[in-house]
Design a protein around this ligand. Structure first.
Ligand code: PLP
Ligand code: COI
Length: 368
């Protein structure tokens, strides 16, 4: 167990995790072979964390156990009504061997916002942070040290109560698993092509668009298949007023020729932590930043007139990816290429990997 003091903000005592080591943990040679070329989301570390919640007992039975299948009652509510949320966050190995993550308080708070929307219990942020540290305490060797590599951490929570009535579950599980990660897109950082989804929405007004919940991703799969059929890498969604929302798993950012940076903001869009951080770095460089509606017309006309000089997507998994093409049913708009996306990506990853000063206090050490 790692020792952490009582949380000064919440007064919460740290949890006491029961740790069961995986006796069938991968050998160093097998782990090194995976870390040499991890891909994304394909391999998992030797352990996982879970914490139970019930109406009566609150958060209880925190554990670190061998990674493996979860046993669920076939009537578990998540399997029927999709009451589930998740997060995505990375652990980075610095040159001195230490392991850090990036703005985990933000992920912890977003998990709480997602929980509120999905009528799930809110995991206190100190418990969330402790879960990350507990997993790194046993699986720290899984944090790779190669260029652009990281350990992708996937916290998630779901309704496990066996009950077919439609109401918030009385029994819930929080889990944390981890997966070594290289580049999200095969072929590294190169401009992606985007398919405009005209027939399908990802979210609706008052819906769950701002929550990180499985249903939003399920809703994005058919349009994503349409994107592949149209030889595009990713799909972009519009809202009911034909404003740009986001991609299936990334936010969108527009750079204007006067240096203004604009990003769609509404209650149907996930508030990305990568985006927030990049926009802060852009403000630090003197850019004016706006979060507001951006209509499809503004995007297309802005590119045509030269007002928009760069468009990029961003998120934890893929970091920053320039958008090279926007393709719709009856048009293909080549997107202007600029350098800001690459510069901000470099600046952000330099902080994350400990190569540049962390002026905003964004790093959080996980292994000490
Ligand atoms: N939008 C969606 C739908 C996402 O899945 C993600 C990825 O987590 C993002 C945006 C970017 O969020 P973040 O930068 O916090 O990873
Ligand atoms: C992330 O960037 O962390 C995401 O969650 C995107 C995708 C892998 C779902």
């Amino acid at each position: 167990m790692t020792t952490i003091d009582t949380d000064p903000d919440t007064g919460l005592e740290p949890l006491e995790f029961a740790v069961t080591r995986n006796l069938a943990a991968k050998s160093t040679a097998d782990r090194d072979a995976i870390l040499a070329s991890p891909g994304f989301g394909q391999s998992f570390t030797d352990h996982m964390v879970d914490i139970c919640w019930s109406v009566r007992g609150g958060w209880h039975r925190p554990r670190v156990s061998p990674y493996g299948p979860i046993s669920l009652d076939p009537a578990a509510a998540v399997l029927h009504y999709g009451q589930e949320i998740f997060e995505g966050i990375k652990a980075y190995r610095h040159a001195d061997g230490s392991v850090h993550t990036f703005r985990p308080d933000q992920n912890g708070r977003r998990l709480q916002r997602s929980a509120r929307r999905l009528a799930l219990p809110e995991l206190p942020v100190p418990y969330f942070l402790q879960s990350l540290r507990e997993l790194i305490a046993v699986d720290g060797a899984w944090v790779p040290s190669g260029d652009d590599q990281s350990l992708y951490l996937r916290p998630f929570m779901f309704a496990k109560e066996a009950f077919l009535g439609v109401r918030p579950a009385h029994k819930v599980a929080y889990y944390l698993i981890a997966s070594p990660a290289g580049a999200y897109f095969k072929g590294g950082v190169k401009p992606v092509s985007i398919w405009l989804s005209e027939d399908y929405s990802r979210a609706g007004k008052g819906g769950t668009g701002a929550a990180k919940t499985g249903g939003n991703y399920a809703a994005s799969l058919l349009p994503q298949s349409e994107a592949y059929e149209n030889e595009c890498d990713q799909v972009v969604f519009l809202d009911q007023d034909r404003n740009v929302e986001e991609l299936g798993g990334m936010n969108v950012v527009f750079v204007y020729k006067d240096g203004t940076i604009v990003t769609p903001q509404s209650d149907s869009i996930l508030e990305g932590i990568t985006r927030d951080s990049l926009l802060q770095l852009a403000r630090d460089r003197g850019h004016h930043v706006e979060g507001r509606n951006v209509s499809l017309t503004e995007w297309r006309e802005g590119v045509a007139s030269g007002d928009i000089v760069e468009v990029f997507a961003c998120g934890t998994a893929a970091v920053v990816t320039p958008i090279g093409t926007l393709k719709g049913r009856d048009f293909i708009d080549e997107q202007p290429s600029g350098t800001l996306a690459f510069e901000l990506r470099e600046e952000l990853t330099n902080i994350q990997y400990g190569r540049a000063e962390d002026k905003h206090g964004w790093l959080y050490r996980l292994d000490a």
